[in-house]
Design a protein around this ligand. Structure first.
Ligand code: KIV
Ligand code: ZN
Length: 516
């Protein structure tokens, strides 16, 4: 069985999803979960793109030691220098440089001739190789490139020292057989191809990303790039959990394996969905809420007689409903700490105390506290590590009643980043509108609500409410998330969270640019 390396780009390509703005501590927490999931490589960001990305890559490279950390750079010296500054503390510094090879990209985007694209790629791979033991080179938009041109450039880039060659389907255009054939064509014609590992990287514009990745694997690719939950720009990237589980379930058909710890998939997927504010669709393969639910009578009957009748993947395989300790009112600090570790979070003693206090407060309201509830507490604490002044909800009150005589009214009091406490009241067609109008009136930034969703964590009448919003804040898009026992409080928290994410991003970007 050939090993297929899993290259996770959730923190780089996945973060390019509109509205996703993860801060450094959130990225670190995701990286820790990816390490636990045992991906082979974590693409932690694009250090030259912003100070925030630089800090995130550096923090992850300095902390994560069991998984290789890689970062993206354009084929320009400055990007490679900045990437080196961010990655030099990594166990095995690795860089991913890319340049487009398709006629349309070379002509209209790069304004470069094919010869210039070859020369730049070769020079920058050589430059990167002076410092980085691992250099991956990507032919952006490979699937719309001329295959003979790919043969020529790939051969030269390998001679220049590249260790990994990635041929991405950047715009999600290719079909499985065609993509597989492209790798076959390259392997058969590039004379030094056996010196490198081949990598695939697929986008899902035509819904083919996973199928294309599997076709690439059947044609000699030993590294597959993608994201958890398939998040990413436009229709997203190939969902890594789907590829890994397909290889496992159909090992009779595919003589390949990954080292992914499959029962960590659900936990990692949940954390990423929560931090990014991008919920997993209920019918999503492998990790969707309905993936293991059987609705029709005939199916239920079959599953009751023998689960194999309609269930090809057991929920346990991917960590759904795995037996874990349920905590409640009488659980002590020790059990709570165990749970925090089990959920994959690493907290200092000080933060553990804060989390434990919040957990105890929750047990006053809920008999059984689920993993989801605890994750919600831990995520708030992880996010709140930034030492910047933010907006805080001091109090709010809603007046709502049915009938035309009752006009929904919200009174809100907020502490602004300058510590000033301000208060106002607004009316609306409903409680949420009144609440959001009042918050909006108190917030200095220019905000516009783009999307609003409400759901619950776990089941039961006492379930926590979770609200996710997408806001335009001063012209940039931010997702926000809030949890509370009450839906309106969760909604208020989500709105304020999105604005605070803007403040965190602004403060990171106002710092001096990366020194090199
Ligand atoms: O999709 C793509 O081509 C990319 C490259 C930067 C590898 O993400
Ligand atoms: Zn991509």
């Amino acid at each position: 069985m050939t090993k297929i390396k899993i290259f996770d780009t959730t923190l780089r390509d996945g973060e390019q999803t509109p509205g996703v703005n993860l801060n450094v501590m959130e990225k670190l927490e995701i990286a820790r979960h990816l390490e636990r999931l045992r991906v082979d490589r974590i693409e932690a960001g694009f250090p030259a793109s912003s100070e925030g990305d630089f800090q995130a890559v550096k923090t992850i490279a300095d902390t994560i030691k069991d998984t290789s950390v890689i970062a993206l750079a354009r084929t320009v010296q400055k990007d490679i220098d900045i990437a080196w500054e961010a990655l030099k503390g990594a166990e095995e510094p690795a860089i991913h440089v890319f340049l487009a090879t398709s006629p349309i990209h070379m002509k209209y985007k790069l304004n470069m001739t094919p010869e210039e694209v070859i020369e730049t790629s070769v020079n920058m791979v050589k430059y990167a190789k002076q410092r980085f033991p691992i250099v991956e080179w990507s032919a952006e938009d490979a699937t719309r490139s001329d295959w003979d041109f790919l043969v020529e450039i790939v051969e030269k880039v390998i001679t220049a020292g590249a260790n990994v060659i990635n041929l991405p389907d950047t715009v999600g255009y290719t079909m499985p057989e065609e993509y597989g054939n492209m790798f076959k064509y390259i392997r058969e014609r590039v004379s030094n191809i056996d010196k490198v590992a081949l990598s695939c990287h697929c986008h899902d514009d035509l819904g083919m990303a996973v199928a294309n990745s599997l076709a690439a694997i059947q044609n000699g690719v030993t590294q597959v790039e993608g994201t958890i939950n398939g998040i990413g720009e436009r229709a997203g990237n190939a969902a890594l959990e789907e590829i890994a589980v397909a290889l496992k379930i159909r090992s009779d058909y595919y003589p390949y394996h990954t080292d992914l710890k499959l029962d960590e998939i659900k936990r990692t997927s949940d954390l990423i969905a929560k931090f990014t504010g991008i919920a997993v669709q209920p019918n999503k393969a492998v990790i969707g809420r309905n993936a293991y639910a059987h609705e029709s009578g005939i199916h239920q009957d079959g599953v009751l007689k023998n689960t194999l009748t309609y269930e090809i993947i057991t929920p346990e395989l991917v960590g759904v409903n795995s037996n874990s300790i349920v905590l409640g009112k009488h659980s002590g600090r020790h059990a709570f700490k165990e749970k925090v570790n089990e959920l994959g979070f690493t907290l200092s003693d000080e933060k553990l105390n804060v989390a434990f206090k919040q957990f105890k407060q929750l047990t006053d309201r809920k008999k059984e506290v689920s993993d989801d509830d605890i994750t919600a507490i831990l995520m708030e604490i992880t996010t709140n590590t930034h030492q910047i002044k933010k907006y805080e909800l001091e109090m709010f009150q809603i007046q709502y009643g049915t009938g035309t005589a009752n006009i929904p009214t919200a009174t809100v009091s907020i502490k602004r980043p300058d510590e000033q406490v301000v208060q106002t009241a607004c009316t609306g067609n409903g409680s949420v509108e009144a609440l959001y109008k009042a918050i909006d009136a108190l917030i200095i930034e220019d905000t516009k609500l783009l999307d609003y969703q409400i759901s619950s964590i776990g089941g039961g009448k006492d379930a926590l409410a979770v609200s996710t919003v997408q806001l335009d804040v001063n012209g940039d898009t931010f997702n926000g998330r809030g949890t509370a026992s009450d839906v309106l409080e969760a909604s208020a928290n989500a709105y304020i969270n999105a604005v605070n994410r803007y403040l965190i991003k602004k403060s990171t970007e106002e710092k001096a640019p990366a020194t090199i």
